[in-house]
Design a protein around this ligand. Structure first.
Ligand code: PLP
Length: 415
């Protein structure tokens, strides 16, 4: 298990966490985006200083170097998530683009009236609205698996009732950004495949990949999406994994440079995956940054990160769970994502977040892009503190102490 001394050493790798800025904050919003270590920043500038060319185009030196950076990055990502082949890795901007791409290439081509698309009430809007769109366009039915309001786990009975031979798409989060619930994705996929032979399974891994080891072959999902910026990498680089034969059975979405075989005046033929889905100039610098981020996480060890974050989140959970002025929404199961989501009685979440900000503590307030989930829980909004392996126990203590101060500031007094 990582010690506090080791965490303090790790923090030195992160400029924001280790230097004195005008406004130094306790950063508890890593589920929104993570801070970046110096190695990732160096990788980015290195690329633009010494390797900047347009990949897959031109025979000159820099064009070749950029191609190597890009394609080696594909292999690193494939190994990182346990893909069979680098051809199964498509670079996108982020999870949202990965899931929307699937809605267009898969949803609009393979789903028809009478089919069912199954998602859960935990889904981030990025894994919900695209499926609403597909349902509306195709006449398919969008169905939800709900959670138990007490435990915050997916309801087994819903799974049994809803999954059927009509299920064409199952799109599930691997880790809820709002409640920290970790659905048993592997078992659910197995169950769904047993009921429907023709099913496509999709996992939103935006909040899973930064915190736990992921093996897409073990999960046996058909598609998996995640964002670089939530795992220490720059913004603007994301990944869509797909089983090779499934990808090659789908049409392109964006059309343009470097995704074609032959172009005639009246028609064109296209390359296979992944190039088929990567039209236009790609974010090679972002790929290099993503590789640096993956290497950084691997050097610490995903299992170490998982264990430390689990313990830190539990430490926080234990301190807030008995506060009688706090409604806690985080999943009860201590095998969870690193989020503590709550409301302070009688205080609007935005007021809580603003006052916490005045104490130098960055937490999120709002609906966290999960409006249907909030509505299901009977609330409009909530506050969320999200932890990463670079957070310390001392930071959690400051967070907890200042929750009491928020009440005082609002004239409610501490309990
Ligand atoms: C579970 C989940 N899915 C999807 C997304 C969308 O990620 P991005 O904004 O990087 O596309 C997020 C972002 O918070 C998320 O938490």
């Amino acid at each position: 298990m990582l010690t506090q001394e080791e965490i303090l050493e790790i923090r030195k790798d992160f400029p924001y966490l280790s230097q004195e800025w005008d406004k130094k904050i306790v950063y508890l919003d890593s589920a929104a985006t993570t801070q970046k270590p110096q190695g990732v920043l160096d990788a980015l500038t290195d690329y633009y200083k010494f390797q900047n060319g347009n990949p897959h185009r031109g025979a000159h030196y820099l064009g070749q170097v950029a191609t190597e950076v890009f394609e080696e990055g594909r292999q690193v990502v494939a190994d990182f998530i346990g893909a069979k082949s680098p051809n199964e890795i498509i670079f996108t901007n982020n999870t949202t683009q990965s899931l929307n791409t699937l809605a267009y290439i898969l949803g609009l081509n393979k789903v028809k009236e009478g089919d069912e698309i199954v998602i859960s009430i935990l889904e981030h809007h990025s894994n919900l609205i695209p499926w609403q769109y597909v349902a509306e366009k195709t006449g398919a039915k969008l169905r939800y698996i709900y959670i138990d309001k007490d435990s915050k786990e997916l309801r087994e009975e819903d799974l049994d009732q809803i999954l059927s031979e009509k299920t064409k798409i199952l799109a599930l989060t691997a880790s809820s950004n709002t409640l920290g619930t970790l659905p048993k994705v592997k078992e659910i996929i197995q169950k769904a495949k047993a009921k429907s032979k023709d099913i496509y399974t999709i996992v939103d891994g935006a909040q899973a990949v930064p915190h736990h080891k992921v093996d897409v072959q073990d999960l046996d999902c058909d598609f998996y999406a995640f964002s670089g910026h939530k795992l220490l990498a720059p913004m603007g680089i994301g990944v869509l994994y797909g089983k090779e034969e499934k990808l090659n059975d789908l049409p392109p979405f964006f059309y343009g440079g470097e995704m074609i075989e032959y172009v005639y005046e009246d028609h064109s033929t296209f390359l296979k995956a992944p190039m088929r889905f990567e039209a236009g100039t790609q974010n090679v610098g972002g790929v290099k940054g993503l590789v640096a981020a993956i290497r950084y996480l691997q050097a610490i060890g995903l299992d170490e990160i998982d264990a430390y974050e689990g313990q830190l989140t539990q430490y926080c959970y234990d301190q807030v769970k008995d506060m009688d002025f706090l409604d806690l929404y985080t999943v009860k199961n201590n095998h969870r994502g690193s989020v503590i989501t709550f409301n302070l009685e009688g205080i609007h979440p935005h007021d809580v977040a603003s006052i916490m900000d005045s104490y130098g503590i960055a937490i999120r307030s709002g609906h966290h892009c999960t409006q249907p989930l909030h509505r299901y829980l009977g609330i409009n909004a909530s506050c969320r503190a999200s932890l990463a392996f670079y957070n310390t126990r001392e930071e959690v203590d400051q967070f907890v102490t200042h929750l009491n101060d928020v009440r005082r500031m609002m004239g409610l007094g501490s309990k």
